[in-house]
Design a protein around this ligand. Structure first.
Ligand code: GAP
Length: 465
């Protein structure tokens, strides 16, 4: 892919702003950092929570036939045998003989225009790699001498509940969050009025021993996935699949992503559980269009496997006709980190103002981490501070509001612009007389005077609460 300098620059700017303004910190930073791990700071966690609740609202609150779930991370190890992850969930790994850098062979082949199939055996991958090795150089030291390819399983093993110290019966961290939905499919039907077609939605953690975590939050070893699984009658998948794909694309646009930065891409290489798979791709900074969300037609693969391995009947019985069948499943799955990166990149804006550049995160009002900031004009005037704090306290009960009295008003505006706060309120000397404050809107920078008495309704209207 041709490098786009402007976009590469944008990635650097986004990463730097995330650190500078308390959105994202490198994991275990004081120990030198840990590859593929990030911590979300005070504004990052607000943004993350807002993304989650917007997603939840879309799939649970706005729909009648979707049900929520939060399943335990640790599961019986047989779950991962049944799902196919202990045998089929691997990436092809090779190591540079000179500097021991590990490479993901399929990704290195892709860079030189050669495609490795997901279903290739280790031997087939070795043949393909040997044929093309001459054109592949170690990304770290530039040497071209590599170890044979081995299929490296991505599941993360733990010793949870194993007191032998021998590590003989590992319990795995979830390789994908959705397995908990299949395990509870019967429970949900038995305890709700769910009738096919219906969906189950869940946000849960997943862990993968990624060979080369990269691109900030794009490929990490610990992630959170927002999943929906929609259960349909066998062979009634096509129409529902198209609708689900379109609904997901429309949601991103509704949440503020420009349509030209989104596209669909069908998978040529299908992962072991899917009969059809499409990605929604986003035009990420620095590396361009890549997978944001996966939408998979999993047919009856998962429930059939779990029925076989657990011995539990997972057939659905139609309450009207008495017909029994294993439902087919349509899945949507997106990493919270990738959504976070997409939303923050999309929001990042630089504007020239006279001789300075204003950096502003133009988040939708729903996603903005802080909704309102309240400033006293001067922090050393107790009469202003006292009354301004009353305004702050009144608003913070209903809206995520921040108190800011540091530096001059201009500096406070810049700081709030950089974290994407839609409204700033200044309480000045006139406020003591006219019982009104100045409200400044982030994007237009327009200011208006609003009576303190009507502030709550003013913002209720703005934030649709
Ligand atoms: N349950 C299906 C599943 O896990 P996937 O395509 O492997 O499918 C779904 O993952 C989504 O999870 C991806 O589209 C991406 O948004 C996110 N994801 C996958 N691996 C990731 C990683 N290493 N780091 C961050 N996000 C990841």
């Amino acid at each position: 892919m041709a490098k786009d300098n402007k976009k590469e620059d944008l990635m650097e700017k986004v990463v730097s702003l995330c650190k500078r303004r308390g959105f994202v910190y490198p994991g275990s930073e004081i120990y030198g950092g840990m590859a593929g791990m990030y911590d979300f700071g005070p504004y990052g966690v607000e943004l993350l929570n807002n993304i989650k609740s917007a997603w939840w609202k879309e799939h649970i609150r706005n729909r009648e036939n979707y049900f929520g779930l939060d399943s335990a991370m640790f599961k019986d190890p047989r779950v991962w045998e049944a799902s196919g992850h202990t045998s089929g969930f691997s990436d092809p790994l090779s190591e540079c003989k000179k500097c021991n850098t590990r490479i993901r062979v399929d990704k290195e082949l892709e860079k030189i225009g050669v495609r490795a199939n997901e279903k290739m055996s280790e031997a087939e991958l070795n043949t393909l790699f040997s044929e093309n090795k001459i054109n592949i150089k170690c990304p770290k030291c530039g040497a071209g001498d590599f170890t044979p390819v081995r299929a490296f399983n991505l599941l993360v093993k733990t010793n949870m509940g194993d007191f032998t110290g021998k590590g003989e019966s590992p319990v795995y961290l979830p390789g994908e969050a959705c397995q908990g939905i299949y395990l509870n499919f019967k429970n949900v039907i038995d305890t709700t009025r769910a009738k096919i077609p219906f969906g189950i939605a869940q946000i849960g953690k997943a862990f993968r021993n990624e060979i080369s975590p990269r691109n900030f939050l794009f490929r990490t070893r610990e992630m959170e996935q927002a999943d929906t699984q929609y259960f349909v009658r066998p062979h009634e998948n096509k129409e529902a699949y198209e609708k689900i794909k379109q609904d997901r694309l429309d949601w991103y646009i509704k949440m503020g992503i420009k349509p030209e930065n989104l596209r669909f891409k069908q998978h040529e290489n299908l992962v072991f559980y899917a009969s059809d798979a499409w990605d929604i791709e986003y035009n990420f900074p620095s590396y361009g269009f890549d997978e944001l969300e996966g939408i998979h037609d999993r047919t009856d693969y998962d429930l059939t496997q779990h029925m076989k391995y657990s011995g539990t009947d997972l057939n659905y019985t139609d309450p009207q006709t008495g017909e029994k069948y294993i439902p087919w499943i349509l899945e949507t799955s997106v990493g919270l980190g990738r959504m976070f990166l997409a939303f923050i990149s999309e929001a990042y804006t630089e504007e020239k103002l006279d001789d300075e550049t204003r950096i502003v995160l133009k988040f939708s009002r729903e996603l903005a981490p802080i909704k309102i900031a309240v400033f006293p004009l001067l922090k050393n005037k107790p009469e202003l501070v006292e009354k301004a704090r009353e305004v702050y306290k009144m608003l913070k009960e209903e809206f995520r509001t921040e108190w800011d009295d540091n530096g001059n008003i201009g500096k406070r505006y810049r700081r709030q612009d950089e974290i994407g706060t839609p409204y700033c309120i200044t309480f000045d000397f006139d406020s003591l007389e006219d019982k009104a404050v100045t409200v400044r809107e982030r994007d237009s920078m327009a200011q208006e005077r609003v009576k303190i008495d009507s502030l709550r309704d003013f913002f209720k209207n703005k934030f649709n609460t």
